[in-house]
Design a protein around this ligand. Structure first.
Ligand SMILES: Nc1ncnc2c1ncn2[C@@H]1O[C@H](COP(=O)(O)OP(=O)(O)OP(=O)(O)O)[C@@H](O)[C@H]1O
Ligand SMILES: Nc1nc2c(ncn2[C@@H]2O[C@H](CO)[C@@H](O)[C@H]2O)c(=O)[nH]1
Length: 432
């Protein structure tokens, strides 16, 4: 486990304490720190298209459009014939997030989902495996006869990305394939709202079984909302799922508006805190908001300039650490915001996965807290039952920095961690 922020000298973080066992790629629940992700396994097929192409097929721009296999195949074949496809990458919003988590933390994660039982060279499953970190444990994937999902990712000249999802067998994940021992010892479970639109498909049952197991074993649950129209179409189911199971919710400002009916991201975050304990709202060029609870006795004032928006002086206590509301004697809401790192890259070719990247950074901080609590349970860092290792403000910086890395490389999966020189995140950023 790498350290997720600065303050190397102030805190003892046993990054390199030797483990007695031989190394193993497979997650050992009693020994390892890991996060678990449940996802529809999807390979992204990247193509440049015109706006007319989207109109011709009646595809909603900027959305994730679920279409039946015949139509998706027709679109795919036309893109092949016009040589518009640039490449195939592993995708799936949670697959991306846990891959990025493993790259950032340099540590293990577990992917739950389906995988083709027989994999041919060049098949969607083949591309998926080629582009996934070896630290993502895929031993618990559920073998299926067909192909994994195919997500045709169409980039229009304005850099906007639009998905056409050909589901293949991606929703055939059976509830019986969910390993309880793996969930029970996880630092966090992360999943998206996408399976909630797979009405009547096995993956929905598998998702609720996983959520039940996480709840039973006290594992924090992190959910990302996927896409705006998914929220609009399944709002009630999403709301009840969040209320019943979710500790942290991640969304962009459009998804937040669809969920809460509030367009201002900060106010939407405040409203969402009535449903869950921690909220990330990414707002593209406006940066991101991270909000949650802390106990009033443990609140810490910021030394950053005070910000006012829809809420006055909202970042006043952003140096506090996140807690679950149920663990606070006197819960108070805490808000933090950060502008894009360096104003964002000079040129953004596509914003695909920038939000997933921010979420991976937050998972890293949550997992680091889990690791530290187990390594040093008597540390003053654990006098209260905190959800994350760092303060809201510090996590914002880290999440923001990772989003920047994703935007800079124009692909949703990190090919490497943040630069070593920035391991303390001081030289290049924090001391500007
Ligand atoms: N145009 C931009 N300029 C500067 N920074 C940006 C821009 N777009 C995104 N970012 C950075 O990336 C972060 C996440 O972006 P965004 O809100 O677009 O995520 P998202 O819509 O959830 O993405 P995805 O669903 O593809 O993962 C922002 O908080 C910001 O730091
Ligand atoms: N799980 C899942 N991921 C999706 C869906 N639509 C788009 N994505 C993924 O979202 C990622 C970008 O956030 C891409 O890599 C896509 O593969 C979907 O319906 N389900």
């Amino acid at each position: 486990m790498k350290f997720p922020g600065r303050r190397k000298l102030k805190h003892y973080f046993p990054v390199s304490s030797p483990k007695p066992q031989l190394p193993s790629f497979e997650v050992r629940p009693e020994l390892d720190t890991y996060v678990v992700g449940l996802d529809q396994t999807i390979v992204d097929v990247l193509a440049n298209v015109s706006d007319e192409f989207l109109q011709k097929y009646g595809i909603g721009k900027g959305l994730s459009n679920l279409v039946e296999h015949g139509k998706a195949d027709q679109i795919y074949q036309e893109l092949v014939q016009s040589a518009a496809i640039s490449d195939h990458f592993a995708g799936g919003t949670i697959g991306n997030t846990i891959h990025n988590y493993s790259v950032l933390a340099d540590d293990k994660s577990v992917l739950l989902g389906v995988m083709s039982a027989n994999i041919a060279l060049g098949s969607p499953a083949y591309h998926y495996l080629c582009h996934t970190s070896s630290k993502v444990d895929m031993n618990h994937l559920h073998g299926v006869a067909g192909d994994i999902g195919r997500g045709i990712t169409m980039i229009t000249p304005d850099g906007e990305r639009t998905f056409v999802i050909d589901p293949g067998a991606m929703d055939e994940l059976s509830a019986d394939a969910i390993p309880e021992d793996i969930i029970a010892k996880a630092a966090a479970l992360v999943l998206s709202a996408y399976p909630l639109r797979a009405s009547g498909q096995p993956i929905q049952q598998a998702m609720f079984r996983t959520l039940e197991l996480a709840k039973r074993h006290g594992v924090p649950v992190v959910m990302s909302l996927g896409t705006k129209h998914l929220v609009e179409e399944h709002r009630e189911l999403i709301l009840s799922t969040v209320r019943d199971y979710v500790d942290m919710l991640a969304m962009n400002e459009l998804e937040a508006a669809a969920l809460t009916g509030i367009t201002d991201p900060l106010q939407a975050a405040e409203a969402a805190l009535e449903l869950t304990d921690m909220v990330l709202v990414t707002a593209g060029p406006e940066g991101l908001y991270l909000c949650g609870y802390t106990d009033a006795s443990a609140r810490r004032e910021t030394t950053n300039p005070i910000k006012s928006g829809a809420l006055p002086d909202y970042n006043e206590f952003e140096f506090s650490r996140p807690m679950q509301k149920k663990h606070c004697v006197d819960p108070m809401k805490v808000y933090s915001h950060i502008d894009p790192y360096l104003g964002g890259p000079e040129r953004i070719k596509n914003t695909n996965g920038a939000g997933d990247g921010a979420l991976a950074a937050i998972l890293h901080d949550i997992a680091a807290n889990h690791f530290h609590r187990h390594a040093l349970p008597l540390s003053s860092k654990h006098e209260q039952s905190y959800l994350a290792y760092s303060s809201f403000a510090q996590i914002c910086k880290y999440a923001n920095r990772v989003s920047y890395a994703i935007l800079n490389q124009s692909a949703p999966r990190l090919s490497r961690g943040l630069p070593e020189k920035e391991d303390s995140l001081e030289e290049a950023y924090w001391e500007r």
